[in-house]
Design a binder for this molecule. Structure first.
Ligand code: GP9
Ligand code: MN
Length: 666
């Protein structure tokens, strides 16, 4: 067999680290990147999120998994490759840092692809830079110095070698070279295996224990980062984006699209405007408030002889009050309620639409009102990136999102400022806005765990519930009620009340299992079914500028019905929009109500169906709402089929971004 001779060309000396030196370089690279990650982390100043040993392990693992391949390069390419990787990752860290300073969030693929968001950083970039950020680039100086030194050394060697054309002595047999290749390959593979395991297993452990269903239920990019660290966060984001993009690209069978189109055509009248109301309040302002964990069971009730919601009770007297109004939220909680009310689509079975599909097209209340000439603003005194709001609100067509940064922290309470100050300051912003305006406000004080440090004059004497979470909850909602009362009083005083439709509803339940205590407030013992239904209900109040239509309406309604109802009042026919709610003021033309919850439970006002966990229709329970007893499940069959159909249509519309297709003119 012929043997090939390999010759080392010593006339081109370059920096050719062997495996050991390469490992050393890798360690140096990883150390410097770890320091940069720590610098970034310290800059974020996220409460309750620290960088502990596990986070460091994950970060080191991620770095190894990102750089293992340098072992597979020819020795001369290793140093430049690591230097390039250092530059790339440093730029990423720096970009995240600057983006975070502005948006309180990290860059994600959809953000990068949607130039507008980054654009809004615009001129303020310079203001976002700090001198101390230069530390992130400190190792670049070393890299540069080292590269220059190598160059000078090579020049020197080349000069010394000039005139010698002889081949060097480093000849290597092909078996020797083969061995080297194998060792190189094995070293790379080992680095990958160690890196991947160090990052993957702790993340998997967290997502199976305290951060359950991390991927599907990611409600805040920062909480994902808390578990995965920066690089894995970006990897997961890219993966999820690719998966969604592929899903979107897959053509929906044309029959399915026709089926969905047919459903929207058939239900057109149910959301359409009515001759008697359409546009009756054209040009009125709309102030809509979504109350955090604000349930219905205590509205109009007393504790220890004192009314819990005296202000809402007073408001109810000249408002439309829906006493069987359901929240239709899923895992996206507050963001799902927002979606229901402002987009009239069901939330997803997992995760939040705000997080997962913020770049899709929707027919939204702010965007439709904007077309009618409204100024549209949203107010929530908390971190703008929470629930991905900054991005979603932009997509929904709001002119401006007022976040905690816009508020003076003059009443620190709970997560942020107390709702009294929040509502008052928001009203101040509104009064400077051109009219007509649509203002959407999200309260926060009554957020779990409800242990607000209220002063004595803000408190109720909750008697036997004193010192319990349930008692704290009553205190919190009582405080929110009083904040609402102040706001209404100021609106009246400032002359806004007479030309504004004022809407208040609750976002979701209070996450407590307090059947007995709730029963005491309701004045009767609650059955399992009573409590399930109670947990699904929140209040809806609509106050019209002239106090018209006041009274309690008992038919079932849900958050998705808010948008078509308001559009009717304001003179926009909701028929053509792809909304899944019903015009609550449409009378007979709106047809029979059917309120579908994300769990698959539904009610038509006569029965209430609770699905069984196995998903088999017959195993679900059907209650007769008159007797409140179990009844023949067959009575729920038609409603069940329609409920399942609606949820599937909503899911397809959202996940496949169907609205542009459905609304495209043939
Ligand atoms: C935070 C707030 C709370 O901004 O909306 O969200 P939740 O935890 O209720 O879904
Ligand atoms: Mn909430």
């Amino acid at each position: 067999m012929r043997r090939f001779q390999f010759h080392r060309d010593t006339t081109r000396p370059g920096f050719r680290p062997g495996l050991l030196v390469t490992s050393g370089l890798l360690i140096l690279f990883a150390l410097s990147m770890l320091i940069k990650l720590k610098l970034l982390h310290d800059n974020l100043q996220l409460p309750y999120i620290d960088m502990d040993a596990t986070d460091t392990l994950i970060a080191a693992g991620s770095l190894l998994a990102l750089s293992f391949w340098v072992f597979w390069l020819p020795p001369r390419g290793r140093f430049p490759a690591l230097a390039a990787l250092d530059v790339l990752l440093t730029v990423l860290i720096f970009a995240d840092l600057v983006y975070f300073r502005y948006f309180g969030d990290f860059l994600t693929v959809p953000v990068l692809l949607q130039a507008g968001q980054v654009e809004s950083l615009g001129g303020s970039i310079a203001e976002l830079l700090r001198l101390k950020d230069l530390w992130l680039f400190a190792d670049w100086l070393l890299l540069l110095g080292f590269a220059l030194w190598l160059r000078t050394r090579r020049r020197g060697r080349q000069a010394a070698n000039a005139g010698y054309s002889q081949a060097g002595t480093g000849a290597l047999s092909d078996s020797g070279r083969g061995r080297r290749l194998i060792v190189r390959f094995a070293a790379g593979l080992l680095a990958l295996a160690i890196g991947f395991s160090a990052a993957f297993f702790p993340i998997r452990h967290a997502s199976q224990t305290w951060a359950k269903n991390l991927l599907e239920n990611n409600w805040w990019n920062m909480s994902m980062y808390n578990v995965t660290g920066l690089f894995a966060f970006h990897a997961i984001d890219a993966y999820q984006y690719a998966r969604t993009a592929i899903g979107k690209g897959q053509e929906l069978p044309p029959e399915r699209l026709d089926e969905i189109r047919a459903w929207f055509d058939e239900t057109r009248a149910s959301r359409s405007g009515t001759a008697q109301l359409l546009g009756r309040y054209k040009g009125s302002n709309v102030v809509m408030i979504q109350g955090e964990a604000f349930m219905n069971f205590f509205v109009g009730k007393k504790v220890n002889g004192q009314p819990i919601t005296p202000n809402l009770d007073a408001l109810r007297a000249d408002s439309l009050y829906f006493s069987n109004f359901y929240h239709q939220t899923g895992q996206g909680r507050t963001s799902d309620a927002d979606l229901g009310a402002n987009v009239s689509l069901h939330p997803l079975p997992s995760g939040s639409v705000f997080i997962r599909y913020a770049d899709n097209a929707f027919d939204t209340l702010p965007s439709v009102l904007k077309e009618l000439g409204y100024a549209t603003n949203v107010y929530h005194a908390y971190d703008g990136s929470f629930w991905n709001r900054t991005r979603m609100y932009k997509q929904m067509g709001y002119d401006r999102f007022y976040t905690e940064k816009d508020y003076e922290i003059d009443e620190p309470l709970g997560w942020s400022i107390g709702d009294r100050s929040f509502l008052d300051q928001s009203l101040g912003f509104m009064e400077k806005t051109r009219q007509p305006f649509y203002s959407f406000l999200i309260t926060l004080s009554s957020h779990h765990p409800y242990n607000l440090a209220l002063t004595d004059d803000q408190k109720l004497d909750v008697g036997e519930f004193g010192g319990t979470t349930f008692g704290d909850y009553l205190q919190a909602v009582h405080y929110v009620d009083s904040a609402l009362g102040d706001m209404v009083a100021r609106m009246k005083k400032d002359g806004l009340w007479e030309n504004t439709i004022f809407v208040f509803y609750g976002d979701h339940d209070y996450s407590l299992d307090e059947r007995e205590a709730a029963g005491k407030i309701m004045g009767r013992e609650l059955s399992d079914f009573d409590y399930d239904q109670l947990m699904a209900q929140v209040p809806l109040l609509i106050h019209l500028p002239d106090g018209a239509l006041a009274g309690t309406r008992e038919e079932p309604a849900g958050q998705l019905d808010i948008m078509p109802t308001l559009l009717d009042l304001l003179g926009a026919d909701a028929g053509d929009y792809k909304l899944m709610g019903r015009n609550l003021l449409g009378g007979d033309s709106s047809g029979k109500p059917l309120v579908v919850l994300r769990s698959g439970a539904f009610t038509d006002g006569e029965i209430y169906y609770e699905p069984s966990a196995d998903g088999v229709f017959e195993n679900g329970i059907c209650y007769d709402l008159k007797t409140r007893q179990k009844t023949d499940v067959e009575r729920a069959r038609t409603g069940y089929e329609e409920a399942v159909k609606r949820l599937a249509i909503s899911d397809d519309v959202i996940a496949r971004d169907l609205i542009p297709k459905l609304e495209a003119k043939p």
